[in-house]
Design a protein around this ligand. Structure first.
Ligand code: 0X9
Ligand code: ZN
Length: 748
């Protein structure tokens, strides 16, 4: 027997090395067998030992990956590889197949005496729902990559308050964690059987909506029955021919870090090609975003006996650590009270290892959901292959924990919340919709009291906008404003217990936003013919890579897509030609300030003044301003160049702006490939206020008259924030003189 020392930290540094040794074909008929596969508990004292061990193991079972003790699986013929590492170990599972053979119940009497295939779990839940149609409904949550339905159910008493908070509990993101598939059926059966008799169940089914998903990863779960008992990921066929994305690395918060996930498709913790690239994570994400009343979540895994909360992607305590700890420790006690088992409670990062792209971080970080994750039984004796005889005891101890979580204060308290993140930036001249969801299980709310409060100037009182109601969702809009505004806002609702605001503590606490304008407002990728006006050999089409008697040849396609506008797509421009013009159709730049022109250029032209190429802009198609002219040195592009010009002097706030490219005049000497143009864009950056345009919509008119009043109300000493642009006279005071000037400037 070996002597072991405790682990030292550095958890998770080697996850990226975890690979599935031996990819098993999808078409395997018989389930893979694990005869005489062993699980060894290995002492790996250094990070180097850990990396070596993980690299050669056939699977890593332990959750505590770091220097210290690791449980790893080896095929019988590969034990020599372990021996060769020279690390001390003991065999904790001598035959994994024997574990699997002993996993299922010999003579099940109760449904919960054994594990069940996916379809049987769905059928069991459907049976519960059919028997309790007033309390429960089946809910298709989404479709897997292999086309199966991810089934869930909803439980809630009829006549529930529209403001009822909801919880979401789900199991089996990881296919091999079979014990997790039993939690939702057991919980649902318990709620439905005891509603009306058990006061705690009755109260929580009355007050809370329950969204329950037994198997978040049906494809993987089925694969773990039919082909490979220890399959973990979903069944995505990856680009390199391997299968599977780790769904619990695919969520879009803190996604993509190598500390807590892997970019390698063969890895057990492969994060996928993008956040939410998988239909299974999309389905759960959408369930949460479409039901902002979901205030708590538990993502149930096995094994290790842990109660986990954010964060997984960083080793920092979450802002709500006190609430997480109170409920987490409460659940730990509730579990221990049943069969005396010990669960460890704490944040993911420090309690197991870094997890980036996990469900808990997204739910909490992006949606402010009170999100936990369990790791169920055991601590390694059976690991993922927990004997069926433990299903009932496992559920007996988890049920009270989930009841406690559902009834916890963070779920029950009144909230009036802008789901997701409130806008931190609003666009000048546009209304900004704001919606908020009301949840409360403790008081009666007055729907008519829902109000959006805002001000654009810290020196003035808040303006109240009543919010329109749709169920528990309320909406209103921040009215259009200008670049000088400093928007502040909050929402509020009242009930029998008083006022609830978002952010809490308003108006001392408010949301702040900045006003922006800008972005691209005209895009011409040349993928289809824009129908511009051409002269000479100007044409839209595919350039043919010819010409270049001086300089370089034309390209043989666009920068994006095959097509461009070019002067002679089949070669050089000619000698002794006059100006030949390409002119765009009119572009509306009304309300745009600081306009810039950007395009891709592939140009060959002899140095000025021998041959000429220019870019011009006009606001009427008659008078042209030259933005660029070829210099007195040769222009000979041999690749697509990105060029970018300030055309604000001609284009800002003009309704008909024209762009023009000119080839020529040329002399009788050298010829070049001439213009090739792709991806023409007009855009603005930053926010440029216009005097008199109080609401920032780009026009001066009736909509701005209120600005005079708002700015009159400002402090006497100087001009209030946001009001400089209403001081049209420029005497550092906003008054009747400015109003008079505004009236004559009206242009809308
Ligand atoms: O690594 C994981 O995804 C989980 N452990 S497991 O062995 N069951 O795979 C830990 C997940 C904890 N984090 C979240 N649920 N986000
Ligand atoms: Zn898991």
């Amino acid at each position: 027997m070996c002597h072991f020392t405790a682990g030292l930290g550095l958890r998770g540094a080697v996850w990226s090395l975890m690979v599935v040794a031996g990819v098993v074909s999808a078409a395997e008929a018989e389930p893979r067998r694990y005869d005489r596969y062993v699980v060894a508990r290995v002492e790996a004292p250094t990070i180097f030992d850990v990396e070596q061990l993980v690299a050669v193991a056939d699977d890593v079972w332990t959750h505590d990956i770091g220097p210290g003790l690791l449980d790893v699986m080896f095929a019988p013929d590969r034990i020599g590889v372990l021996d060769a590492l020279g690390l001390a170990y003991e065999i904790i599972v001598p035959d994994v197949q024997a574990l699997i053979d002993g996993e299922r119940a010999a003579a099940p009497r109760d449904w919960f005496d054994d594990y069940h295939p996916y379809d049987d779990i769905v059928a069991y839940l459907s049976g519960l729902v059919s028997a309790n149609p007033a309390l429960a409904q089946m809910l298709p949550v989404g479709t897997t990559i292999e086309g199966r339905t991810i089934w869930g159910l909803r439980i809630g008493a009829p006549g529930q308050s529209e403001f009822a908070p909801a919880v979401l509990y789900f199991g089996c993101q990881h296919a091999r964690e079979w014990i997790t598939t039993t939690i939702i059926p057991y919980l649902a059966a318990h709620l439905l059987a005891n509603y009306g008799s058990d006061p705690n169940v009755t109260a929580l089914v009355n007050a809370v909506e329950w969204y329950l998903v037994p198997v978040a990863n049906p494809d993987g779960y089925i694969y773990s029955w039919d082909s490979e008992r220890l399959w973990r990921k979903n069944r995505r066929l990856n680009a390199n021919g391997t299968y599977g994305v780790d769904l619990n690395r695919n969520w879009g918060y803190g996604w993509g870090s190598d500390n807590g996930s892997s970019g390698s498709p063969s890895s057990l913790t492969y994060r996928g090609t993008a956040p939410f690239s998988e239909p299974e994570t999309q389905a759960l994400r959408d369930l949460i975003t479409q039901r902002p009343q979901i205030r708590a979540m538990n993502d149930i895994h096995s094994y290790s006996q842990l109660i986990l909360w954010p964060w997984g992607f960083q080793n920092a305590l979450p802002p709500d650590q006190a609430d997480f700890q109170a409920v987490g420790f409460g659940m730990r006690s509730a579990i221990a009270a049943v069969h005396g088992l010990t669960y460890t409670a704490g944040p993911i990062y420090s309690t197991i290892y870094p997890v980036s792209g996990g469900s808990v971080d997204w739910a909490y970080g992006a949606r402010d959901v009170f999100a936990f994750s369990f790791e169920l039984r055991d601590t390694g004796t059976y690991g993922f292959i927990l004997p069926a005889s433990q299903i009932i005891p496992q559920n007996q101890e988890i049920l009270p924990a989930l009841m406690l979580m559902t009834g916890s204060l963070p779920v029950r308290r009144t909230e009036f919340r802008i789901p997701g993140s409130p806008p931190a930036q609003i666009n000048a001249g546009e209304d900004t919709p704001i919606s908020a969801i009301a949840t409360s299980a403790v008081e009666t709310l007055d729907p008519n009291s829902a109000t959006l409060y805002y001000r654009y100037n810290p020196g003035v009182p808040f303006t109240a906008v009543p919010m329109a109601r749709s169920g528990a969702l309320f909406s209103a809009a921040l009215p259009a404003t200008n670049c000088l505004s400093l928007p502040q806002f909050y929402v509020s609702i009242s009930g029998t217990n008083g006022e609830t605001t978002d952010p809490p503590g308003a108006p001392a606490n408010v949301y702040l936003a900045t006003v922006a304008s800008g972005g691209e407002f005209y895009t011409q990728t040349m993928d289809s013919d824009p129908g511009w006006t051409v002269e000479g050999l100007w044409a839209w089409g595919q350039p043919l890579g010819q010409g270049g008697s001086h300089g370089f040849k034309d390209p043989n396609s666009g920068f994006t897509g095959p097509y461009v506008y070019g002067y002679n797509l089949a070669g050089d421009y000619t000698n002794n030609m006059p100006e030949r013009k390409l002119t765009s159709t009119a572009i509306n730049c009304t309300g745009r300030y600081g306009v810039r022109l950007q395009f891709r250029r592939w140009l060959g032209v002899e140095r000025a003044p021998y041959d000429r190429a220019t870019v011009q802009v006009s606001d009427d198609g008659l008078a042209w301003t030259t933005i660029w002219a070829n210099p007195t040195s040769e222009t000979a592009d041999n690749s697509w160049q990105l060029v970018d010009y300030d055309i604000s002097a001609v284009a800002d706030n003009r309704p008909t702006v024209y762009l023009r490219w000119t080839m020529g005049p040329t002399d009788g000497g050298w010829t070049y490939c001439g213009w090739n143009i792709d991806d023409v864009r007009l855009y603005t950056t930053g926010c440029v206020p216009t005097p008199g345009d109080y609401n920032g919509d780009g026009l001066i008119g009736a909509g701005d008259l209120g600005g005079v009043e708002a700015c009159l109300a400002g402090p006497d000493n100087g001009i209030a924030q946001g009001c400089v642009l209403m001081d049209l006279v420029g005497d550092t005071d906003v008054d009747i003189e400015d109003f008079a000037l505004l009236q004559v400037s009206v242009n809308e």
